[in-house]
Design a protein around this ligand. Structure first.
Ligand SMILES: [Zn+2]
Length: 95
């Protein structure tokens, strides 16, 4: 495992600018291709947060302040956010 040597900044520098390229992006931790992402927000706010993770090794990052793109699926309902956290509680996220 290389996890210990990676940092939040390593991930930020590694990730593509456009979300559409995440599917082609490789994981910094395990090297497999194809990262997943999800936006979160608060009702009527333009800013929220986003997590990007590798579905193979469950490593990724939590980007705490990010602009929510139009047309993206954003989880704003606290119950849905809670549900997501429960479903993905095995993720190891840098923040
Ligand atoms: Zn990985």
């Amino acid at each position: 495992m290389k996890t210990a040597t990676l940092s939040y900044l390593d991930w930020i520098k590694h990730l593509p600018i456009h979300d559409s390229e995440l599917a082609e992006c490789t994981c910094l931790n395990c090297g497999s291709q194809g990262l997943h992402y999800q936006y979160f927000g608060i009702k009527n706010m333009d800013f929220g947060w986003k997590i990007v993770w590798c579905p193979q090794c469950n490593t990724g990052i939590n980007i705490s302040r990010t602009q929510l793109p139009k047309g993206e699926t954003v989880l704003v309902d606290p119950i849905e956010q809670e549900h997501f956290s429960t479903q993905y509680k095995h993720l190891k996220l840098f923040s």
